[in-house]
Structures are given as structure tokens and as C-alpha cells.
Design a protein around this ligand. Structure first.
Ligand SMILES: [Zn+2]
Length: 148
């Protein structure tokens, strides 16, 4: 059985001298572990679904809640660049900002997270497809949202 913590529980830290923040490298080492070795080729989809569940569990009421959470937790700086179709840009992405171009998108967790938040905000099923990413050589991530 999975161990589940609420956002409040997981946000508490008794790191009196080291504090709450970690280096982005630590997060990325965990984030880009070779999960395909254990989960097979569907690993990216699993990470996307985990992000989606987290986004839904936050139960955001509007885009500002999403923007605020992403800034507060330093996931990235969110900007809605188009409303129809919805296109969301992420600057300074926690996962990919500064990584070298590798010929593919990298931010499955963030895509799922944005999708989960938007599903709660719009009360519709959506998919977030990453179209721009440091992994593709871009300076930001961008997700195109389609309703399902
Ligand atoms: Zn990205």
C-alpha cells in the first residue's frame, strides 16, 4: 500500500539548519531516474498520471491558484499565452530549465500536474501536450491543452 501524505504533512520539515530548500540537481536526479527499467515503456505516462493526481488533489479554483502554487513551490513561472486553445508556458521549469537538448520533451510530471489542475478548474477531462521544452532546445516549456 502506498504511503500517502497531505500537502501540509509533506511540507513540514524539521531541517533546522539546512532549511526547506534542496538543490535542483537532487530533484532532477530523482525525477530522471531510469524508471523505464522498472516500469517499462509506459513510465512517462505513469509520471504524467502522478502529476495529474497531485494537480487534482490541490483542488485549485482558478488559474491564479495554479500560478501561485507553482511559484510558492518553485515548480516554475506559469503564464497563460493563449486561451483557445489553452496554451500554458512554464519559465524556469524545475525539471528541464537549463538541461541540454535531447530531442524530446521531458516534463511529463508538469504536464500531468497542469492537466489535473485544469480538470478541477474547468470541470472537464483534459490532456496537456508539451510542445516546447529545454529537451527540444527551447528556453521555456509550453503545453497545449485539449479537452477530451
Ligand atoms: Zn520541459
Amino acid at each position: 500500500m502506498a504511503i500517502r501524505f497531505s500537502i501540509d504533512e509533506i511540507s513540514k520539515s524539521n531541517r533546522h539548519t539546512l532549511g526547506r530548500d534542496i538543490d535542483v540537481a537532487v530533484f532532477r536526479l530523482i525525477r530522471f531516474m531510469d524508471l523505464e527499467k522498472y516500469l517499462g515503456r509506459g513510465a512517462h505516462g505513469v509520471i504524467y498520471e502522478c502529476g495529474r493526481e497531485l494537480g487534482q488533489s490541490l483542488n485549485p479554483k482558478n488559474i491564479d491558484d495554479l500560478i501561485k502554487f507553482c511559484e510558492e513551490y518553485k515548480i516554475g513561472k506559469i503564464e497563460v499565452v493563449n486561451k483557445n486553445p489553452i496554451q500554458i508556458r512554464v519559465y524556469e521549469c524545475i525539471s528541464c530549465s537549463g538541461l541540454p537538448e535531447v530531442g524530446e520533451t521531458l516534463c511529463w510530471f508538469e504536464g500531468g500536474f497542469i492537466a489535473g489542475c485544469l480538470e478541477k478548474i474547468l470541470n472537464k477531462k483534459v490532456r496537456a501536450k508539451e510542445t516546447h521544452c529545454a529537451g527540444l532546445g527551447d528556453d521555456f516549456c509550453q503545453f497545449e491543452i485539449t479537452t477530451l
